[in-house]
Design a protein around this ligand. Sequence first.
Ligand code: CTP
Ligand code: CA
Length: 219
Amino acid sequence: LEAVFQAKRLAGKRVLVTAGPTFEPIDPVRGITNLSSGKMGYAIAQAAWEAGAHVTLVSGPTALDQPYGVQRQAVQTAQQMHDAVMAQVASHDIFIAVAAVADWRVANASDQKIKKTTDSDTPQLQFAQNPDILASVAALPQAPYCVGFAAESENLLEYGAAKRLKKNIPLLVGNIGHNTFGKDENELVLFDANGHQALAKADKQTLARQLVDEIAARV
Ligand code: CTP
Ligand code: CA
């Protein structure tokens, strides 16, 4: 019901959101992923729709239902997420990168299941760096308004401000990884050119609505 009474502050805007973890295969039955549940990104996609936006969600593997009104494309790897975002971003006004994208993929992934051979023989994984989706979007000549997320484990104020500058984006949202991954509540710190501002601990849907208001006020 709250959605009905909320001001449609993003009416006419097109918003692209990434959410969830990525999954990087080791072989056809194994892979590397992370503890992101997708809840924060899905809550933001829902809140943007409530605010009147047309919302596209590119999601890594999660156990979550498609948010009402939102168009979802499911992907597995960081490369697939990158390709899906780059194919669609041109028609969007706002890009919100909430996904916990794997920084590295397995360079020598096996086409067949790796078999356990002898007691001493363990697989040797090599890694290659994945494309930085947010940096790729921010570098486009007609870049949308870009919002990044940072899950840190320490020094949030210092790392958050530095990461916003490094990624060259107007708004970066910081949180503490072990306080958010898989949880229903979170607390956020917003970093922009004017400094930082906290959004106090609340459930993710409440925080998502507050964040969407903050974004709408800036675009
Ligand atoms: N991101 C992305 N593509 C990547 C890695 C990160 O789009 N390959 C986005 C995330 O969705 C997030 C932001 O970049 O919005 C910051 O991610 P983070 O992992 O905190 O930053 P990194 O630059 O990868 O730095 P770190 O070494 O701390 O992981
Ligand atoms: Ca990273």
